[in-house]
Design a protein around this ligand. Structure first.
Ligand SMILES: Cc1cc2nc3c(=O)[nH]c(=O)nc-3n(C[C@H](O)[C@H](O)[C@H](O)COP(=O)(O)OP(=O)(O)OC[C@H]3O[C@@H](n4cnc5c(N)ncnc54)[C@H](O)[C@@H]3O)c2cc1C
Length: 357
């Protein structure tokens, strides 16, 4: 099975859609069929989804790359570099995932926020305590996403993430997976330093030459992967002050709503609500306002929970779930797009803009 999805636009006639890989022993017949069905989008040659490394480390490695941040981006970058032989050094300001889990529950249950180790910061990054939804609307003609999914399966994710149309993993499984991925990086010669922050970036003649850590130590390197996510305001300010080009991206802001999962299942699947193959139903809504802005639902979490997701003294909410998605409620963000050109044209760091003015 290459892909499995469903079409529930008509809840009285829900269609399960399968894309199958078929191997014929007769290669001439295979070619004949492909020619015969050339104009039919339903029959295609199986794409090559294997990952091609862009290079390999030299035998005598003189310099190791530094990866800043151990969220999904840093984790996958470090793993790929390690597999290519580059023995990366990873610097992560938060704690390793077990201690981080305690820090995060300390915030949720006792309101004790550790600003360096929380829902946003620590091993696995903002992705660890999450719904673990693994799909986006990004086009992926080279199947790079397949590499990510394959690594996740190797680390213990359910194999179905390779073929279901809306794969998801859930928090508990993610915690053990990031540990396994860390173990592979270390086995390949990489090094991960937790509870360590990069506070300075050294740049000479427009080239990176090293990083200084909050411990005072400086690591010399000409290759840095900056994978610090979206919440490290101090790090963004530091690189901006260093003259690194920083550009604002459009983003969205809003709030979360929560309602009974059974209401959503009934609305989407009708009599088929609760069917095991369909699982917990999701939804996507959009409203185009007269003023040109759009309000839309985002990151809908079927059968999950709304969680406090602050890394500093502000109110931040997000949604997470377990693999089973069998909690009572569904939740979703309702957000409106913010356009840098229109809404904060003067400064790429919005908060500095507010502080300055
Ligand atoms: C509760 C929750 C649920 C979510 N659910 C989903 C979902 O279902 N599907 C989905 O696609 N996305 C989800 N997201 C969003 C997703 O987690 C993020 O988009 C993703 O984690 C971004 O990955 P990243 O590696 O770029 O950054 P991050 O995950 O933010 O990782 C950055 C890392 O860098 C570290 N760091 C920052 N500054 C420094 C420094 N100076 N020195 C050292 N380390 C530093 C941080 O501690 C952090 O660990 C969710 C997020 C949250 C919080």
């Amino acid at each position: 099975m290459f892909k499995r999805g469903y079409d529930a636009r008509n809840k009285r006639n829900i269609q399960l859609i399968y894309t199958l890989d078929i191997t014929l022993t007769d290669s001439d017949l295979t070619n004949d069929l492909l020619v015969q069905f050339e104009s039919d989008n339903h029959v295609k040659a199986t794409p090559d989804t294997s990952y091609k490394y862009v290079g390999a480390a030299p035998e005598h490695l003189t310099e190791r790359p530094v990866v800043i941040g151990f969220g999904p981006c840093g984790l996958l970058a470090a793993l790929t570099l390690a597999q290519m032989g580059f023995k990366p050094i990873i610097i992560e300001r938060g704690n390793e995932v077990r201690q981080r889990t305690k820090d995060t529950f300390g915030f949720w249950r006792q309101r004790k926020l550790n600003t360096e180790s929380n829902v946003q910061f620590g091993e696995g990054g903002a992705g660890t305590f999450s719904d673990g939804k693994l799909y986006s609307q990004v086009k992926d003609p080279n199947h790079y996403g397949r590499k990510v999914m394959t690594e996740f399966v190797k680390a213990g994710a359910p194999e179905e993430i390779l073929f279901v149309s809306k794969p998801h993993i859930g928090t508990y499984k993610l915690v053990t997976m990031v540990e396994k991925m860390r173990a592979e990086i270390i086995a390949l010669g990489g090094e991960v330093r937790f509870a360590t922050r990069v506070d300075d970036l050294h740049i000479t003649d427009s080239k990176v030459t090293g990083v200084t850590l909050n411990t005072g130590e400086t690591l010399k390197t000409n290759h840095v992967v900056l994978a610090v996510g979206h919440s490290a305001r101090d790090t963004f300010q530091m690189i901006y002050d260093k003259g690194v080009y920083v550009e604002a991206k459009p983003f969205s802001i809003g709030f979360r709503i929560e309602h009974k999962q059974s209401t959503i299942d009934q609305a989407r699947f009708g009599d088929n609500a609760g069917n095991e193959i369909l699982g917990a139903a999701d939804y996507k809504l959009v409203h185009h306002c007269k003023n040109g802005r759009s309000v839309y639902s985002f990151c809908m979490c079927p059968g999950g929970t709304v969680v406090a997701a602050a890394s500093e003294g502000r109110v931040v909410t997000n949604g997470m779930s377990q693999y089973s998605r069998n909690e009572r409620n569904a939740n979703s963000a309702i957000v409106v797009g913010i356009d840098p050109e229109q809404d904060y044209p003067n400064h790429p760091l919005l908060v500095s803009n507010y502080k300055d003015n």
